[in-house]
Design a protein around this ligand. Structure first.
Ligand code: FMN
Length: 282
């Protein structure tokens, strides 16, 4: 057959496409497990970072991440609406994929109208408990230092995914991290800037500093336009991202949503021994 004939060219293209698709699908299937493992590892690394157990820029081996995670973090799964621990699901917390659960109609509900742009809520959500000391093999030796909650919500261009760390009183912020978003670098993308993230620890989520937990209402924390004072002066305010008011407002809404009554509020109330709020998160 002539090399420049139409049947030859078509046959050649088909053969190349077939070979390539076999290579790509073999790679996709073969690497799936590795990808899942990497996803878990990446999530663990972010949790350790917001927990203050590793530095963001620190090069840590996967082995070290897994070891630290095992020694210092307890993962639990909570029933979001009821605010209680789900013991059976907690046993499988390591492989629980909250994003998948959120997309599964059987394992999620539609979210009430909200300013964070959250459309669906998983029925169950992950909460991480950080220990001050190493947890022993038998689970003993756990000394609660922080809670870490997954958070997400709309910015300008994208959904921002992150974690917020709170002190055991659920009021004092210990850290904030965003690990996935598509905001503009230098504008909304400054949510990743270490000096902006350093503005969060020490601020308070709910009532005025020192107020009784019983008086805590809706989250008051807010990313303001412009500058905020130190936590002692402005406990509920964080500096805005300049030129990125929409992303800044998005951060306010998403943090408030997840720490409010439609997010982890029922869990927080349950842990503090407070009565659950009335229907609709009021
Ligand atoms: C190319 C481009 C990218 C932008 N990216 C963002 C962004 O990531 N986040 C954001 O809030 N605003 C972004 N803005 C600006 C918004 O359109 C809007 O002007 C801004 O949020 C208002 O904030 P300011 O009041 O602080 O100026 C971008 C604007 C342009 C032209």
């Amino acid at each position: 057959m002539q090399r420049n004939s139409v049947p030859y060219i078509l046959g050649f293209c088909t053969a190349i496409c077939l070979v390539c698709s076999v290579i790509v699908s073999t790679a996709a299937v073969g690497l799936k497990e590795k990808q899942e493992q990497n996803k878990i590892l990446d999530r663990q690394k972010k949790v350790l970072t917001v927990a203050g157990l590793i530095k963001e820029t620190e090069a840590v081996t996967p082995k070290k991440v897994q070891e630290l995670f095992k020694k210092r973090i307890k993962s639990i799964i909570v029933d979001l609406k009821g605010g209680t621990l789900d013991k059976a699901m907690t046993k499988k917390a390591k492989t629980f994929d909250q994003q998948k659960a959120k997309k599964d109609p059987a394992r999620s509900t539609s979210a009430p109208k909200n300013r964070a742009g959250v459309k669906r809520l998983p029925k169950h959500a992950l909460v991480y408990l950080v220990s001050k000391t190493d947890i022993k093999e038998d689970g003993k030796g756990f000394a609660l230092d922080k809670y870490i909650f997954p958070i997400e919500g709309k910015g300008l261009w994208s959904t921002l995914y992150g974690f917020i760390a709170l002190a055991p009183n659920f009021n004092v912020i210990r850290g904030l991290i965003f690990y996935d978003h598509a905001e503009t670098p230098g504008l909304g993308g400054e949510v990743e800037n270490p000096s902006w993230k350093a503005k969060w620890p020490g601020r308070t989520v709910y009532g005025p500093k020192g107020s009784s937990p019983k008086s805590w209402g809706k989250p008051k924390i807010k990313v303001v336009k412009g500058l905020a004072g130190p936590p002692s002066k402005d406990p509920h305010k964080v500096d805005g991202l300049s030129g990125a008011t929409i992303t800044s407002n998005g951060v306010t809404h998403l943090v408030r949503f997840w720490l409010g009554e439609n997010g982890f509020g029922p869990f927080i109330r349950h842990k503090l021994g407070l009565k659950q709020a009335s229907k609709g998160g009021k």
